[in-house]
Design a protein around this ligand. Structure first.
Ligand code: DUC
Ligand code: ZN
Ligand code: ZN
Length: 468
């Protein structure tokens, strides 16, 4: 691989905005120099490839720390494979995903992780790493956690929801947290009181309330807040840090804010769907609401302001997608006449960087905060920094040339995710990915695809770097 120079752009990281040119050698960033300086001009003269970024932003490739390629759920599988999902990620300016390997009840962590490696190996267009979902916390699996941390799977998702599937009780949660306090792993919590939710599901169905919108009503905001509170207290007892995934309710944000005001190592993630969509979408007629069924659920629009504020005040640190696509035809339709049978999840891996850029345009966050919540902090939170998430000498050359002046209309007609609808169909946003590099290789070249399955590598992660 020869040398590449990216010239003339505005380089934006979580820390700085600079007019700088970038030198890339052997897949890594080796130097930055002031735009048009003598040294930058000499690089361009001898480079094998010069990419013109004049008038564009030059940003780190996005790090999406929450995806579910091929997840088995509700009798079907998430419709993106590692091949299609990482290709769509590249198109959307995301160059690293952290997907969730699943331990099934009665199985070892090892067999779950091996299965995920087998699905991803040789298929990915961009780099990938894994978290591990613990569905069966017991003496054996607790011991296995230490080994996974050593091999770069340094975070573990537990569920307070989905009894009989992924659910862990409080004792299991406490034990896993105690183990992670010792081995440096980070516990990621799906915080919803699933036992109470199942009672409300049964009552709703018995009363004939079967439409998708009831999914949002039974998964009550207070049951998210209660579980968030409980998870925080359990983490305090265990002396472990905690990362709460897909926070959607303002009452849950309040629990996180309170914990952080006490100085506790408690972190929160939200997702674009909670920032841009609402229960109005879940209530769309003719079963269209099923397109928006995910858990935690979409909330009434007034919750969005609290999520934006949490992102500005750093009570929420990360925006990931929870990308978990199911086609409307044949998959979401499994829940016709019974909302509890609609597979939970939304597509979004391709849309996150653009939607968050729109948030910059709309004044919710600054440009540097955009990069912080979408690139730098997810990388630091999950032990990928500074290899990923920034533009600096020594970092992997995962770089996006972003055109802030372009306009696009989001649509299933034009997206690259393997799903037959867009959650943002018809939405016009400002800004678009133009060119994407992954470890110095161009994978999207001026809006045409130049990547390949198998370029993406598994990345063994360090432990959380956000605590120090
Ligand atoms: N939530 C979803 O929406 N889908 C998969 C799992 C989850 O927790
Ligand atoms: Zn979850
Ligand atoms: Zn998820």
């Amino acid at each position: 691989m020869g040398t590449t120079v990216i010239r003339g752009g505005l380089v934006i990281t979580a820390a700085d905005e600079t007019n700088a040119d970038i030198l890339i050698e052997s897949g890594r960033i080796t130097a930055l120099a002031a735009r048009d300086s003598e040294v930058a001009r000499s690089w361009a003269e001898s480079a094998d490839r010069v990419i013109d970024a004049a008038g564009k932003y030059v940003i780190p490739g996005g790090v999406d720390a929450h995806t579910h390629m091929e997840l088995p759920f509700g009798g079907t599988f998430a419709s993106d494979t590692f091949e299609t999902g990482t290709r769509a990620a590249a198109w959307g300016g995301t160059t690293t995903i952290v997907d969730f390997a699943v331990q099934s009840v009665g199985e070892s962590l090892r067999s779950g992780l091996d299965a995920w490696h087998a699905k991803a190996d040789g298929q990915c267009a961009v780099d990938y790493a894994f978290h591990m979902i613990l569905s069966d916390v017991n003496e054996d699996t607790l011991k296995e956690m230490d080994g996974l941390v050593d091999e770069g799977v340094t975070s573990f998702k537990l569920f307070m929801a989905y009894p009989g599937v992924f659910y862990s009780d409080d004792g299991q949660i406490l034990r896993a947290m105690q183990r992670s306090a010792g081995n440096g792993g980070l516990i990621m919590m799906h915080a919803e009181n699933g036992i109470a939710i199942d009672v409300l599901v049964e009552q709703a169905l018995a009363a004939g309330r079967t439409d998708p919108r009831y999914h949002g009503e039974v998964r009550h905001a207070l049951l998210e807040a209660e579980a968030t509170h409980r998870a925080i207290q359990l983490a305090r007892v265990a002396g472990a840090p905690l990362y709460v995934v897909h926070v959607s309710a303002m009452e849950a944000v309040a629990e996180l804010s309170q914990a952080r005001d006490m100085g506790l190592p408690v972190f929160g993630e939200t997702c674009p769907q909670y920032l841009f969509l609402s229960t109005d979408n879940l209530a769309e007629p003719d079963f269209e609401g099923a397109k928006y069924v995910c858990s935690t659920p979409l909330r009434p629009e007034e919750h969005q302001a609290y999520l934006w504020r949490g992102l500005r005040t750093n009570d929420l640190q990360v925006v990931s997608t929870d990308h978990c696509p199911f086609c409307f035809k044949g998959q979401k339709e499994l829940g016709l006449g019974d909302f509890s049978k609609i597979p939970n999840g939304l597509p979004g891996v391709e849309n996150r960087m653009d939607l968050l850029h729109q948030a910059v345009v709309d004044g919710h966050i600054s440009r540097r905060r955009w990069i912080e919540i979408a690139c730098a902090t997810p990388a630091r939170m999950f032990g990928l920094y500074p290899r990923k998430g920034t533009i600096a000498p020594g970092a992997d050359a995962d770089i996006v040339i972003y055109d802030p002046g372009a306009t696009q209309v989001m649509s299933a007609e034009t997206h690259h995710m393997n799903v037959d609808y867009s959650a943002y169909e018809g939405r016009t946003v400002s800004g678009r990915v133009q060119t994407v590099l992954s470890r110095g290789e161009v994978v999207v070249d001026d809006r045409s695809y130049a990547g390949r399955a198998g370029h993406g590598r598994f990345i063994a992660r360090e432990t959380c770097q956000y605590l120090g």
